[in-house]
Design a protein around this ligand. Sequence first.
Ligand SMILES: *[C@@H]1O[C@H](CO)[C@@H](O)[C@H](O)[C@H]1NC(C)=O
Ligand SMILES: *[C@@H]1O[C@H](CO)[C@@H](O)[C@H](O)[C@H]1NC(C)=O
Ligand SMILES: *[C@@H]1O[C@H](CO)[C@@H](O)[C@H](O)[C@H]1NC(C)=O
Ligand SMILES: *[C@@H]1O[C@H](CO)[C@@H](O)[C@H](O)[C@H]1NC(C)=O
Ligand SMILES: *[C@@H]1O[C@H](CO)[C@@H](O)[C@H](O)[C@H]1NC(C)=O
Ligand SMILES: *[C@@H]1O[C@H](CO)[C@@H](O)[C@H](O)[C@H]1NC(C)=O
Ligand SMILES: *[C@@H]1O[C@H](CO)[C@@H](O)[C@H](O)[C@H]1NC(C)=O
Length: 796
Amino acid sequence: MLLKALLVVSLLFPFCTSIDTIEMDQHVKDGDLLVSKENIFALGFFSPRNSSSRYVGIWYVQKDQKAVVWVANRNDPINDTSGVLTIDRYGRLLLYSNNMQNIPVWSTNVTVQTASFSCRAQLLDSGNLVIYRDNKSKKFMWQSFDYPTDTLLPGMKLGVNWKLGIEWVLTSWKSQDNPGTGEYTNRLYSNQTATPEFFIFYKGLTPHWRSAPVDAGTLVSNQDEMYFFLKNDSTSTRVVLKDSGLVQHLRWNNADREWKELWSGPKYRCDLYGECGANSKCSPDNIISFECDCLPGYEPKSVNDWNMRDGSDGCVSKRVAVSKCRNGEGFMKVARVKDPDTTKAARLEKGISVKECEQVCLSNCSCTAYMVIESEGRSDCLTWYGELLDILVYTQAGRDLHVRVDKIELAENSQNSKDFLKRRGMLAVLMLSVLLALVLIVSLACWRIKKKRKTKETRRHPELQFFHLRTIIAATNNFSPVQKLGQGGFGTVYKGVLRNNQNIAVKRLSRTSEQGVEEFKNEVALIARLQHRNLVKLLGCCIKGQERMLVLEYLPNKSLDCFLFDHTKKSLLDWQKRFEIINGVARGVLYLHQDSRLRIIPRDLKTSNVLLDAEMNPKISDFGMARIFHGDQLQDRTNRVVGTYGYMPPEYVVFGRFSTKLDVFSFGVILLEIVSGKKNNSFHQEDHFVNLIGHVWQLWSEDRALEIVDSSLESYTPDEAMRCIQVGLLCVEEESKNRPSMSAVVFMLSGEASAPSPQQPAFSLRKNSSGDAAVPSVSKGSCSINDVTITKFEGR
Ligand SMILES: *[C@@H]1O[C@H](CO)[C@@H](O)[C@H](O)[C@H]1NC(C)=O
Ligand SMILES: *[C@@H]1O[C@H](CO)[C@@H](O)[C@H](O)[C@H]1NC(C)=O
Ligand SMILES: *[C@@H]1O[C@H](CO)[C@@H](O)[C@H](O)[C@H]1NC(C)=O
Ligand SMILES: *[C@@H]1O[C@H](CO)[C@@H](O)[C@H](O)[C@H]1NC(C)=O
Ligand SMILES: *[C@@H]1O[C@H](CO)[C@@H](O)[C@H](O)[C@H]1NC(C)=O
Ligand SMILES: *[C@@H]1O[C@H](CO)[C@@H](O)[C@H](O)[C@H]1NC(C)=O
Ligand SMILES: *[C@@H]1O[C@H](CO)[C@@H](O)[C@H](O)[C@H]1NC(C)=O
């Protein structure tokens, strides 16, 4: 491959002594290579990975040919192999293609106006493509090192030259297939009044992360310019800013013939700029609990978000009323941190001792913190004026930050208060204690009033919460498989734990309905307003791009079917419990049909959608799905029905017609299943090919209805059981108009209203043969967990 390339090159430049140079009468065609003297770098045309576009680039010859370190026409690809690179009399590199005959696709920008016939371009062994005017002058008219793409090589500079008005930055590729200018870039932060310098990596225009302060050994700073460079230790090394925003410092390992990573970033969530907002610190080691923590004297701005492990709002002063200006204030140490962001309001004063630095900060009431930087036997003083941003806690490295706090914070801190005692004596202590006690009493009273008011308010407005994706990610440990509770027709459900230790269930919706974000929010907000003790509480949602997630109350017990149809767990449901569950489900459905203003028709009631809380109280889940997914439209469009066979009445299965009577039918099936402990759609009776409904009807008409009661029950109340069976049969009647309303159901179950005689129910005579829609096969032992629906979307 290399030999072939060399051959091509020597054929191309038959009269040239070197193949690393293009002179004015020469050019590089697609397929030719320019190779540096020591055979280290090559320049030529290439196509990235899956792309067919052609670019002019520089890459390693012997190492990793895929590692392209520089791209000329990164935003001006050529779509065929007609590209030709040449140099003109003004020392400009020009790239032509067939598609644009006389206009170069790309060119360098050289300001020299006088033409010369001795311009030449040369690829050096450092990877630098340079343009000379003639032999004598070794000064480059132009060099590729001044126009980095995504890679820093030894010999290149990253930073700024104020005199020439040049800024050297890396810019990521758009993607691995497209070297075009991507969204990540980095700047060496260059405010001479506020060293130390560090890199800020931007995503678009917003800071993405901030590096640790740049090591003085790799930084040059003078009047004209300031830049970072890679130390040349004779091995091959490079820094690359990848299209994902990841920065890697790599070194070539000759033995393994691969690039090894020396360091990379951002590594932790804490590295991300402002992850914890203002006046807070981020500890990567605290990932299990919560990485954000307020600085001394500060408290979360939004306790709610904080509890949900979202620190982006940051912290505010605990006591606005207590001045931190000549009012007994002081400093508290936060050990081993990355210096807060100095780009906004910070000041560096050189040659100032530790004690003086404290005084510098103390004497200016706008000063919020100081840090002493000790190097080479000298100490400099760095002070901040305003919000403290992007503080990361290191376990080993880092410098101590001293944060200005008011006198109360100071006193509360035991160590500092010792100094305080010495200085002010016992009297001050006494006065302070009295003051403290007073403050404590007052704040306690305030807190109580606040709390009372708050609970009142929350009771009045059960607000829908919008969760940040990162809150959900933190709570579910990034959707860890360990947290997965189950999977259903609407998506996967994960268990999550919020910062305040509240358990939640996160339903990550797999199907996207056609509704937009606003419509989705509206539906979720409407559904969240439905609050009933027999409904699973919808706490909020999370929307990020195409992702839609519902955040629900977490119930420790599984769904009703897991108990009802399990030989051992059945015993946990005695008759009294079963009767309570039946009544609870009935009240839940009644609320949805009538009491709520929304008139929800869940359409998918079944035992697996009835969850049990710690006290085995039933809670209906998934009741809003038809609304969220626009069930009716879905059905119109695709001719499919939402629901689960065995729980659906004939008018819905056959005609797709639905009304509240659909739910009444499903409720009837659930009721009979609870009483019998048997599944309707997997019911087998030795001689008779009938389903549960048919079997109950048969026994009812033979006056043997109570025989259907689950034989595993040690005892039951015949009165109540009989009432249940009768109501159940009424609910599953063939004609929807003959089925009772849910309010009638509730009354009849309680015995306050008498029930009429049921007629022959729907599906009662259907045979349990394969292909019969009424009695499909259902995998045995399948059981849903927490909030999982096993809804099937099947054609009719
Ligand atoms: C690129 O091509 C490879 C194999 O040809 C394929 O596996 C990969 O998915 C492609 N990547 C993209 C982003 O198209
Ligand atoms: C390349 O792009 C030009 C316009 O930009 C177009 O006219 C030409 O047909 C394209 N050639 C190929 C081979 O796609
Ligand atoms: C070329 O450089 C000049 C002066 O530095 C600048 O004004 C101009 O925008 C540049 N043109 C291009 C195409 O980069
Ligand atoms: C440049 O130097 C080369 C050899 O070093 C020589 O052959 C060539 O004539 C020189 N060109 C000019 C324009 O001086
Ligand atoms: C790096 O160092 C080697 C020898 O140590 C030297 O040959 C090479 O020119 C240097 N490269 C740069 C870019 O300074
Ligand atoms: C440098 O920082 C100071 C004080 O923080 C600020 O006033 C000044 O505008 C900054 N200068 C630049 C060039 O950003
Ligand atoms: C305090 O510091 C700020 C920011 O550097 C400065 O603008 C202000 O003048 C200083 N105030 C005093 C009283 O020195």
